[in-house]
Ligand binder design. Sequence first.
Ligand SMILES: O=C(O)CCC(=O)N[C@@H](CCC(=O)O)C(=O)O
Ligand SMILES: [Zn+2]
Length: 355
Amino acid sequence: MASLQSVKEGGFLTATLDLALPFEAGKWALESGVEFDLSHRGILTITPPKVSALTKDIIVSAGVHGDETGPIELVQEMAQSLLQGKLVPAHRLLLIIGHPQAINVHTRFIEENMNRLFAERNDETNIDRINANQLQYAVDDFYQKSPLLTLHHDQALPDRWHLDLHCAIRDSVHYTFAVSPYSEKTTRSGALFSFLQQAEIEAILLSSAPSPTFSWYSAENYGAQGLTMELGKVARLGENDLTRLAPFAEMMQQLICSDTLDVSWDDSATNVYRVTRSLAKKSDDFSFTFPSNQANFTFFEHGKLLAQDCGVEYYSLEGGEAVVFPNPNVALGQRACLLVQQTDVKFGEQVTVAK
Ligand SMILES: O=C(O)CCC(=O)N[C@@H](CCC(=O)O)C(=O)O
Ligand SMILES: [Zn+2]
């Protein structure tokens, strides 16, 4: 079947991954008035039948790492329901399956980690860089050409969201958690945190420095309520237990199909962490003092030796620190782990770390 027809019938993921089939762009509408624009392989823009000042510009991306398949299956399920008219969106959507080439060979990336290629446009010397540039153009196009901009008469920006869905490589004290990228812009709204709590996401990690990730790109460049979502653990396509992500899938459907979401917050219901340090791998001598499969959010009391790198030793700080994303095999100069401490937040229009 032609790839465009396959997408129209709900096969967004199948068509995206079938690299033997030449890509066919296309625009079409359902009787409901929902409009679809398949502009590139794995990049689908969906426009609701009507827009208002309450309409959001929402990006949901998955497959930026090819072996993180649970979120890919969630995006496919959402795309299928929208394409078949079973769901009617209330907001503008950009659905992205980010790295078909890596997904097809079940690997995190081909030559370099695509989720470190969003600081700027990249020289297109490999497929990871080509894809990262294409995703940057897609985000730019989606937010910059939004019809909502005229609705707000350029006074205020539309409510922009970007959920970049990932899985963790290893076990985690928290099965689901969200990483809020650092930006000087207002990208940590009470509505975003309330959404996470209602989606039963177990923890939120507040980054304290910029990072060249996909969610950071939208937060920093467009003030989007951006998150990297860690939804379970890596597994093969079709071998994920999506029931554990049901509350999140349900809240994503509410986010996409409801004009507005209830906003509430219970300090005791969600663990919030702030990033105290990000350890970069400075040499091939870098090593951790704990096993490479150490679970995310493992806590180390104050004064424990965590890692060493060419004689430089890293000890856990006063109050202790927990480790997140420990990976001694990253490329030189890249992040080998995050170190975090639990924190309290002041909930409001924007959420801030309580002093
Ligand atoms: O489990 C791991 O070690 C990595 C899982 C993953 O891909 N995480 C993202 C987090 C990005 C961020 O810090 O926002 C990544 O490493 O790209
Ligand atoms: Zn990932």
